[in-house]
Design a protein around this ligand. Structure first.
Ligand code: SF4
Length: 295
């Protein structure tokens, strides 16, 4: 890859920005949730603290949360673009951002229990590449907190415990069960990313892929858009609230996608994203120059 340093500097800036500055759609959703909680309530107090945290991180150029989370990069590249070189320069940018304190040393060697000082290790960061008919590189980064990752669920329908069959009403029962069982853990209010269908692996991946969408958009598939709206509305009636301390703002958004499935299986995969919904993206020229920010 030519212009290695240009690429490194653009990717470093993407990482820095993702770590310290929440996208405006997320911040606006938290502000709306704050306004909707009654004055003097615990929910309002939690959201006020979260909003102050967001402001301080931005002003002080410091990470929004101590949990760096899993670094999930999604690239759309022109056909024939060297993705090996792109992965290599991204690892260099991650190591630099870690050295400079924008990413906490948060990656653990699972077998030895030792910390990986650069956040570059087997399986870290996570890459997803797609070749498309395009002339620029579209790169998006999500930092997925570990606490929110623990809150994920996967259901296999039919589910007798929930009385959930293989239809959208069954999916609705799964999602309400997930919200109640999570009980604000994984730092609510957050966003549900859901996949209906797929297999155990693709379902989880597609559920997470929903986090590339903005908090306030709606699915283009009408039945899924209606379900997204309904779950969001019903989540407010469950009383879980910010950090599970009670209130209306249990969720900021619900994003549902669907994949085809096999006759034998009907999975509902649920990924949870905490309020620290660190998602940024950029269009980068093939020479590494930052063309424009996404989100
Ligand atoms: S779940 Fe999110 S807000 Fe909570 S500690 Fe992890 S990254 Fe931070």
């Amino acid at each position: 890859m030519k212009n290695h340093s240009q690429w490194e500097s653009s990717l470093f800036e993407l990482i820095r920005r993702t770590s310290v500055d929440l996208p405006s759609d997320v911040e606006q959703a938290i502000k709306r949730a704050y306004t909707a909680e009654p004055g003097g309530s615990r929910g309002r107090w939690v959201l006020e603290t979260i909003l102050e945290n967001i402001r301080k991180a931005r002003n002080q150029d410091a990470p929004i949360c101590q949990d760096t989370g899993t670094l999930c990069f999604s690239f759309q590249v022109p056909v024939g673009f060297d993705t090996n070189a792109l992965a290599a320069v991204t690892r260099v940018a991650v190591a630099k951002a870690t050295r400079m304190g924008y990413l906490r040393q948060n990656t653990i060697d699972t077998l030895s229990g030792e910390s990986c000082p650069t956040n570059v290790a087997h399986g870290s960061p996570v890459f997803r590449f797609e070749q498309c008919a395009r002339s620029t590189v579209d790169v998006r980064l999500i930092m997925k907190g570990g606490g929110s990752e623990n809150a994920g669920r996967q259901y296999s329908l039919p589910d007798d415990r929930l009385g959930a069959g293989r239809d959208l009403e069954g999916v609705r029962k799964c999602l309400l069960d997930a919200i109640v069982s999570i009980q604000g853990n994984g730092c609510s209010p957050g966003v549900l990313g859901v996949c209906v269908g797929g297999d155990r692996c693709t379902g989880c991946e597609h559920a997470k892929h929903q986090f590339l969408r903005k908090v306030d958009d709606r699915s283009e598939v009408k039945v899924l858009a209606r379900l997204e709206e309904r779950i969001l509305k019903e989540s407010r009636l469950l009383g879980v609230g910010p950090m599970g301390l009670g209130g209306n703002a249990t969720l900021l958004g619900v994003k549902i996608g669907a994949l085809s499935r096999l006759p034998a299986s009907f999975f509902v995969s649920v990924s949870y994203m905490c309020w620290a919904f660190r998602r940024r993206g950029a269009l980068i020229t093939t020479k590494g120059g930052l063309k424009r920010w996404l989100y």
